[in-house]
Design a protein around this ligand. Sequence first.
Ligand code: 2HA
Ligand code: ZN
Length: 289
Amino acid sequence: MKVLDAEFAQGFFRMCGDGFDQGWHERNGGNLSYRMKPEEVEEVKDDLGTYEGSVQDGTWQEIGTEVPALADEYFMVTGSGKYMRNVKIAPQDNVSIIHVDSTGTKFSIVWGLNKGGRPTSELPTHLMNLEVLKKRDSEIRVVYHCHPTNIIALTYVLPEDSEIFTREIWEMATECPVVFPKGLGVLPWMVCGGKEIGVATSKLMAKQDFVIWSQHGAFACGHDFDETFGLMHTVEKAAEVLLKVMAVTDRKRQTIEPDEFRDLSRAFNIPFDERFLYEKTPGARIGER
Ligand code: 2HA
Ligand code: ZN
């Protein structure tokens, strides 16, 4: 089967367009990666170039970090400098499939990027995340990075603190703790595109499904494209509600209280991390404990 006709590929391309339609991918902002299932590799293998003498690339390139637990796996990833809005009309020019070598330190492009280029500048972060996620749950396959406006705006006004961020966002929509019961990880501003931010992000991703990069954007993961996109959408929607509330007041008149979250946790039979259900000082402003 051609890569372009494969169901996983079509889901990947659709998500790129959906993210652009949300306004989360200005210019070449954001990137997406997907760890292919063995049967999906098998399904499209006749359409993949071989590493030696490949029409795609033919060379092994350094990942810039080590991901030994991903040795010999295949990934669909967006291209560096490519625009998410172009993926749907020309996926073969804007997306690639890469093969990670047996040491987990190099990759080869085996499909896509037909007009040249290389995989996303955030490849170290994507692969390090996919590696810790595989160890946590071998069916988590999608890692998504975008620049969602409201989440980014909040990183200028809330403390860069996972507990406060999660609690304030949870209070903005009843479904939030059901969708991300392990809360949101938050990183301070760091230089993007390298190993250091990848190490820091993957440390949080080892335990949580969502990491905010302050003054930059966010990372979400999931078992499939729907779940991952839905997670990003849920957090961004709640962030928008929070900003609207903050635009009119620095104190809420009423909200969802910790014991109400505990009732919800029991009703849905999903444990919510108690770290986020701290008692607030009466009269505390939004973003204060
Ligand atoms: O331009 O979003 O973080 C791609 C990015 C880098
Ligand atoms: Zn970015």
